[in-house]
Design a protein around this ligand. Sequence first.
Ligand SMILES: Nc1ncnc2c1ncn2[C@H]1C[C@H](O)[C@@H](COP(=O)(O)OP(=O)(O)O)O1
Ligand SMILES: [Mg+2]
Length: 206
Amino acid sequence: MGVCCSRKSSVHPEDKIKDSKIIFVVGGPGSGKGTQCEKVVEKYGFTHLSSGDLLRAEVASGSERGKHLQAIMQKGELVPLDTVLDMIKDAMIAKADVSKGFLIDGYPREVKQGEEFEKKIGAPALLLYIDAKPETMVQRLVKRGETSGRADDNEETIKKRLDLYYKATEPVIAYYESRGIVRKINSELTVDEVFKQVSQAIDKLK
Ligand SMILES: Nc1ncnc2c1ncn2[C@H]1C[C@H](O)[C@@H](COP(=O)(O)OP(=O)(O)O)O1
Ligand SMILES: [Mg+2]
């Protein structure tokens, strides 16, 4: 490997992402985060990063890190915060040159995760709070489960995920609300109507 690519090089890869636009996308499972992120990618050229997808991809790759993660997840334990952050950061650095900004989907789950993200990577410009009623989320997830192949899209696991979501994520929203960067999106409407609200929030950033 040449000097240019070494981590010890004077050009820190971190510098590339320091000034990029960062949007946290928070909402319950099934609220429509992934659906809306896809549309933002298409319209705005942002990069969509879902910590869950990154973790699942790492496991599927069969890498050493993936095997380690799988063992943790099978025990029902939480993947260490540093590992999740390193994965997000690596993915951001890899896309820094071509990306207009980053959608961080399903993160932070806890206030501490947000604080660590800001220390290691950077501050979010906006938090999109994708808000749907619990009944709506359950209904959408059960339907998604018919085709997604995701082991966690079944009614019993869904209830647990919803409980966990409310306990852990509401303080996150309160924390960023106090900083004035939360935009609450009514996700009970059609995909296109929800996206109108999302677009308005992003357009205001410029
Ligand atoms: N506004 C909307 N109206 C109806 N269905 C929607 C919707 N937004 C998303 N869906 C569907 C698509 C998926 O099958 C399911 C969950 O959406 P998702 O984007 O995968 O949610 P999340 O990523 O927040 O878990 O609901
Ligand atoms: Mg999703």
